[in-house]
Design a protein around this ligand. Sequence first.
Ligand code: SF4
Ligand code: SF4
Ligand code: SF4
Length: 276
Amino acid sequence: MANSDNNRRKFMATTLQSVGLTALGGLLWSGYSDEVKASPLVLRPPGAIKEDDFLHACIKCGLCAEACQNRETNINRETGLAKAGTLKMAKGGDHKLIGTPFFIPTEVPCFMCEDIPCVPVCPSGALDQLSVSNEAGELDINRARMGLAVVHKESCIAFWGIQCDACYRACPLLGEALIIKMHRNERTGKHTYMLPIVHDDVCTGCGLCEQACVTEKPAIFVLPNDVAKGRAGDHYIKGWDKEDDKRVKNAEAEETVTELSKKGNAEDYLNRGDLY
Ligand code: SF4
Ligand code: SF4
Ligand code: SF4
């Protein structure tokens, strides 16, 4: 009898241990799978290749983040110590692929260093030096496309008629990437709205505007290009733009046949005059 009690106790202990280990394993796995999923909202360093390719190419060496933190302009002259760098390496809880570099503009934006120290040190090609170089082969940070700044009109106080140009003044490409557009305030009849407008062909996604924004939660913020930008497709053409006209060559005809369309074209049907 004592022997069978012992066996039962042993069995219960083993079962409870396995249940505990399974639960812990499940917890660890869900945390792990959360971290390995590519986050569509992550901002990568200048020169980063397309996100899917980046995740395969980056060997998680941390050289870009190290170069960013130790760059000359980031060293406190009095103490000789480096300040927090723009680039961070993702760790558990960051909800980004662990070990990959990223930045958060509201914490530390990219200061668009002319010599872009973070890019040439990348040994894997995850950061592509050519994409941030000009025709002469010189590094050109203005070619970086880390993301695109987007203005949320409803929370931007400039759209309320309150004068604010903090983002405009913070932009390193002031007057090009970010312009101020004057617009008459019809409500008061005697004031002018000064509206921040982002030009997507110039904005680098550095995030200096986001960090400078005066609202409680920034009314201007940088999103990855894939998230921020729409796509008109090949079927819509700017007839007045010869370059844009070329895109129609890629368009494939797609015809939808309905009972009505079989009877004739839509115009004939609408003009027949017997609709009413
Ligand atoms: S360009 Fe931006 S990310 Fe690169 S080193 Fe300078 S501040 Fe850091
Ligand atoms: S992210 Fe903002 S500050 Fe940077 S280039 Fe674009 S508009 Fe200018
Ligand atoms: S700083 Fe913010 S609130 Fe001010 S104009 Fe720019 S986006 Fe609008």
